[in-house]
Design a protein around this ligand. Sequence first.
Ligand code: XIL
Length: 356
Amino acid sequence: MHTTTIRSRTRLRLAGALAALLVAAGVATGPAAQADERHGKEPTLADLAQRHGRYFGSATDNPELVDEPYKALLGSEFDQITPGNGMKWYATEPQQGVFDFSKGDEIVDLARAHHQKVRGHTLVWHSQLPGWLTSREWTPAELRAVLKKHIQTEVRHYRGKVFAWDVVNEAFNEDGTYRETIFYKTLGPGYIADALRWARQADPRVKLYLNDYNIEVIGPKSDAYHRLAKELKAQGVPLDGIGLQAHLALQYGYPTTLEDNLRRFSRLGLDTSLTEVDIRMYLPATEEKLAQQADWYRDLTEACLAVRRCVGITLWDYTDKYSWIPAFFPGEGAALPWDEELRPKSAYFAIRDALR
Ligand code: XIL
């Protein structure tokens, strides 16, 4: 009896030491991971990211949801989803004051079924606006009312269902000046603070983000966000994070200042996330280009893991089958970690390596 206890204690201690070693080596040890490994099941990107306290997500779009193999992978590999179009203004308020949340709801329901969290995208953007909004002139008072109603109705609808909102998308030009959108031209730069405040009133808990592309590097455009974020914080405007879209392209070079850039936003007390990641290339894709792409996916994953407040990474869909790139950048493509047949590419294994 006595010896058995001692033996089992020793065994326990040895097991503990082994577990610690495995943890140090980055090997899964939790009950779920152990069960998975017993059954020969590889941990998913989401499992691996969770060990770092991060999420790993993908955008998706309603028309793709009839594709069962696609849906299966979307539901199993990721723990976060962003609707690629379903929550944009043209989709959610197709006529003034007439709201339609069916597209976004479909994606929220799908995410719920797979225990995934949802990023709301996006409330205020110059693109994909409904015709009723862009086809006439508005006085500042009118447009303020329209904007407030749109934001608050949508944020209220998704309260408790999305954990973050891209409140304003793509507010700056490349040189760091304000983009001359209908909102900027009619309301001035204060529309951003107003939008954040209105969103906060409608959902006190959701994380509020500004989101843009080409702000991965330190430069005039990311400087503009840094400056604005600092001002907004100083004025007590609710802002929780900066979303770096990270639509990268091999021909433009890797954003080597990404990690430093993430860090300077952390120092302002803000979360960051990589919200729309893809890495496009001129077609045809060669082994060499795909290897470089894999390196970049590894590097950007490592950059996020290196900065405590970089909370997660979202691919702008996960398969080349449904990438937006070929339609928007003619001659370019192959931007995502899974190919058009849903087979994982080198990029996928590089992300796994980085997360291990
Ligand atoms: C893209 C969608 O993926 C496409 O389906 C749509 O036709 C155009 O918009 N930055 C953003 C995203 O913030 O909303 C864009 O999504 C890609 C660029």
